[in-house]
Design a protein around this ligand. Structure first.
Ligand code: NAD
Length: 268
């Protein structure tokens, strides 16, 4: 098996990377960061997000495995003291995987014919910080509302526990093929009105936004941000691509949510 190892620069992660590399070589794995079949990330959810973007053009050929060197993450199942078990699981691998939906973001600009396409694992946001963002919002091509506020966030199911959750969005089970649209500080009064609730968008639909005026929008795609954009239109759709994780153990999704956000009642 060809394995790639992707680590953050935290000392503990680099130690785990060195130990894992030794184990792989002892057991005759091929370490190949250019053309891997399985990518093992070492760090946290942010590390997995970075690896996802590094291998974005090879998603159909790669399965990811996340090792966490901090607390249990949403994309990281293995503890850093379990690498021997991980190597044994990879040795008896028979290709089992679990796949989750991704978000495609199509951006067109006011001053050029340039078109950018991004793919997000967690979410994409469009924001304006200098003053109010005003944008028309369309669902499935039909006008829905005129939004005024700080911005909008479109998240994937696995991203629903990240920024989306901080915005009051629902936590979505990752086997559902849906997107979620949440507002960032909308203005609601007698004059201006938005739905003011998170919306779950069906797989056949897409979200379009056409922001008004200005040349100072900020687009974020997971950890990346793009500034001072003159945006004409952004379309958000469920991607045809999926992310695949090698599945050797199963952490029940709601158990993971409970551990991350509620924890042990007796712990404090
Ligand atoms: P980071 O690695 O410091 O991540 C920030 C936090 O988000 C970490 O605690 C991480 O574990 C957690 N996280 C990331 N993905 C998650 C997921 N799918 N479910 C639950 N928690 C998750 O910073 P980064 O590398 O810049 O990560 C980018 C992500 O951070 C963004 O995609 C966004 O979702 C999240 N974020 C959250 C907020 C917020 O909640 N207010 C603000 C900015 C960014």
């Amino acid at each position: 098996m060809r394995v790639g190892i992707f680590s953050n620069n935290v000392r503990r992660s680099l130690e785990v990377k060195a130990a894992l590399t030794r184990r792989f070589l002892e057991r005759h794995f091929i370490i190949d960061d250019e053309n891997p079949e399985v990518v093992v990330t070492i760090g946290g959810d942010g590390t997995l997000l970075s690896a996802f973007h590094k291998y974005i053009d090879m998603l159909d050929k790669i399965r990811f495995v996340g090792v966490h060197t901090g607390h249990l993450g949403f994309y990281t199942d293995w503890r850093d003291d379990e690498i021997d078990d991980l190597v044994i699981s990879l040795q008896s691998d028979n290709g089992q995987s679990v796949s989750y939906p991704l978000l495609d973001v199509f951006v067109t600009y006011k001053d050029s014919n340039k078109r950018d396409v991004f793919t997000a694992l967690n979410e994409a946001t469009i924001r304006r910080i200098s003053s109010t963002m005003v944008t028309d919002v369309f669902i499935g091509g039909e006008f829905f509302e005129r939004f005024r506020g700080d911005g909008l966030c479109v998240s994937t199911p696995t991203g629903s526990t990240a920024y989306n959750k901080s915005l009051g969005g629902a936590v979505v089970h990752p086997t559902l093929d849906v997107l979620q649209l949440t507002e960032v500080s909308s203005i609601n009064n007698r004059v201006f009105r938005t739905l003011s609730s998170p919306m779950i968008i069906a797989p056949k639909d897409w979200i379009t936004i056409e922001p008004e005026g200005a040349a100072d929008f900020i687009l974020t795609v997971d950890s990346d941000s793009y500034h001072k954009l003159k945006i004409k239109e952004i379309k958000f759709k469920i991607s045809k691509k999926k992310i695949h994780f090698a599945k050797y153990r199963h952490t029940h999704f709601w158990h993971r949510v409970q551990t991350a956000f509620i924890g042990d009642e007796d712990a404090d």
